[in-house]
Design a protein around this ligand. Structure first.
Ligand code: ATP
Length: 576
């Protein structure tokens, strides 16, 4: 059964859960967090504690860097448009049912496809299985997620667990050269235009250096050739440079043919300067390269897919495990310095508890219910195993924060997590109620709602922890004493654990002999007249309220008549 929480207790649970969730690196890990929602089953809590005790210590801090890089790897069945499967009439139905690519019985249909596969000898021979027809679907996701594989390998090194990732990385490395070809295809236009630019610069330099030197007689010949319009003869004077340019083009072309693996003439010869790659040639080259790439990729993938496929379930398992590690890492970070509580059935006690959301809090030790023998702190001899405690004390003394801390410790215990205290013992409960003080709501409405809430909390039997933050603010003190008095009697009779914040400590104490009254007090005033508060409640003692402390301070500071008056006020306090 899950632990019941009223809305304000639930809000505290949510804030704890969010704080842990904030530390998760992967989205998928939150599911684990929900497996640790508060439960009322002591065996389940003990099981979670044992699990965390064993596993938290295995999480090394540097693991986060690698967890972060893990992405889910999806092996999707996809319909690939780049291939056709030529089969026998009798196989059409089965082949189509695979839904992996176009299927035909007519070899003439093959023309439009870069990849032709066949069971009847019209292309690359295949059997009707996904690994043979679309082996790339097993290989490509791994290639694209090499970072994940590398991270998995590192994580396994850190946890000392076995990993399939190094093996997969080794396999997948076989397609590296093929994949390089793909990136060449993707950058084809850029590569060619860059070469075109280089080539034109080279030619332009050569042309700058070119000078036509004609000696006397040659000049006369040249002029007469011009006059007669004999262009053939004129161009002959330039043929040496033209040949040079052609040679330059050929050289670059050869180089490209080799690096790209194409035999298509790349640069146009119509105009020698500036040279250019016609767009239709780029397309032609792209098509040629793509076709070669597809066939090569297919063949290599086919070899690999057979080896990879049986390893995929283990890979998936390993990725799931990373989410678990992510969860453990978040819990470890969150619970740094915490300790596992002892489970009991006598109340809640803790030593040096630290409020989760207060920075650098003063540690506080507290007990509600039976005092464990290890609970040995100053003044704890005044603790008499009371289930009901009235918490009094200075304004801003930390009363609300203490109720929150008690709730945090109780909730974390029921989640199976360590708690922010040096040592803790916590009863397994059925329900936790937290009633916050409503500062701004006055009047009968607020009073009625609050009263209704308390009575609902007390109504049923069960193991309950009830925390109430100052109820009298919304009614008159006289009425409050009567109401709180009766409510606490009911709580006491039913064995509930209750802490109620109240300024009516003295009056309540008279009414409720079974209850303990604790007080949070100021140690004094600092130089700016601010209270220096000791957050540790004093057990069994009404906390002096802030006005009393101020009066005391003034009584000590002043002289003469004024001092007399202050001392008289102080005496009035002491009479209580
Ligand atoms: N253990 C602690 N260590 C350090 N700071 C604390 C501690 N407990 C409370 N505080 C700080 O003291 C301030 C007052 O705390 P809190 O509201 O709990 O006091 P309160 O006694 O409920 O006050 P009020 O009388 O107004 O109801 C808050 O800013 C809180 O962060």
């Amino acid at each position: 059964m899950s632990l019941k929480l009223n809305p304000e207790a639930r809000a505290i649970y949510r804030s704890i859960r969010d704080e842990i969730a904030k530390k998760l690196l992967l989205r998928g890990s939150e599911a684990f967090l929900d497996e640790f929602s508060p439960t009322t089953n002591p065996e389940e809590i003990a099981r979670r504690q044992a699990y965390l005790r064993e596993n938290l210590q295995r999480i090394k801090p540097e693991i986060g860097e690698f967890i972060e890089k893990v992405q889910p790897i999806h092996f999707r069945r996809e319909y690939l448009h780049d291939r056709i499967l030529i089969v026998d009439e009798s196989e059409v139905e089965k082949a189509e049912a695979l839904g992996l690519c176009a299927v035909s019985t007519d070899p003439a249909d093959a023309e439009d496809y870069p990849l032709v596969l066949s069971t009847v000898g019209y292309g690359i021979d295949v059997e009707l299985t996904p690994t043979q027809i679309t082996p790339e679907l097993y290989v490509q996701p791994l290639w694209e997620n090499r970072d994940t594989l590398e991270a998995l390998a590192k994580i396994a090194e850190l946890t000392g667990e076995k990993s399939i990732a190094p093996e997969l990385l080794k396999q997948i490395n076989d397609i590296k050269t093929t994949m390089d070809r793909l990136s060449t295809i993707e950058q084809l236009e850029e590569i060619l235009h860059e070469k075109e630019l280089e080539l034109n610069e080279k030619i332009s330099k050569r042309l700058e250096q070119f000078s036509l030197t004609l000696k006397g007689k040659e000049l006369l010949e040249f002029l007469s050739e011009l006059k007669s319009g004999d262009y053939g003869a004129i161009f002959r004077h330039f043929s040496s440079v033209e040949n040079e340019i052609l040679e330059m083009i050929r050289e670059v072309e050869e180089e490209l043919e080799e690096s790209l693996g194409t035999s298509v003439e790349i640069f146009s010869r119509e105009e020698l300067y500036p040279v250019s790659v016609p767009p239709e040639r780029i397309e032609l080259i792209r098509e040629e390269l793509t076709r070669d790439f597809k066939v090569e990729m297919y063949l290599k993938s086919r070899e690999l897919a057979e080896k990879i496929r049986p390893l995929i379930p283990r890979l998936k398992q390993e990725i799931r495990n990373v989410y678990r590690l992510d969860f453990l890492r978040a819990v470890k970070l969150f619970t740094e310095g915490f300790s596992f509580p002892e489970l009991g059935d006598n109340g809640i006690a803790f030593l040096k508890g630290r409020h989760i959301f207060i920075e650098n809090p003063q540690p506080v030790s507290y007990v509600i219910g039976k005092k464990p023998e290890w609970f040995d702190v100053e003044g704890s001899e005044r603790v008499l195993d009371e289930n009901v405690v009235i918490l009094t004390g200075a304004n801003s003394g930390g009363k609300t924060s203490l109720l929150e801390l008690v709730t945090q410790i109780a909730i974390l215990t029921h989640m199976g997590l360590p708690v922010p205290a040096e040592r803790a013992g916590v009863s397994v409960l059925d329900e936790i109620f937290f009633f916050r003080r409503k500062r701004s709501t006055y009047g009968a409405g607020a009073f009625e709602t609050a009263l209704n809430g308390f009575v609902k909390a007390l109504k049923n039997e069960g193991r309950k922890l009830i925390l109430i933050d100052e109820f009298e603010a919304i009614t008159e003190p006289g009425a409050a004493v009567k109401i709180i008095g009766e409510l606490l009697k009911v709580a006491h009779e039913r064995g509930f654990y209750v802490v109620i914040v109240s300024h009516l400590g003295e009056d309540l104490k008279k009414e409720l002999p079974f209850a303990r009254v604790d007080g949070i007090e100021a140690r004094g005033l600092d130089e700016r007249l601010n209270l220096i508060v000791d957050r540790q409640p004093v057990f069994g003692k009404v906390g002096r309220s802030t006005p009393e402390l101020i009066v005391e301070r003034l009584a000590r500071k002043k002289r003469g008549k004024e001092k007399e008056i202050f001392e008289r006020i102080l005496k009035a306090f002491k009479k209580d």
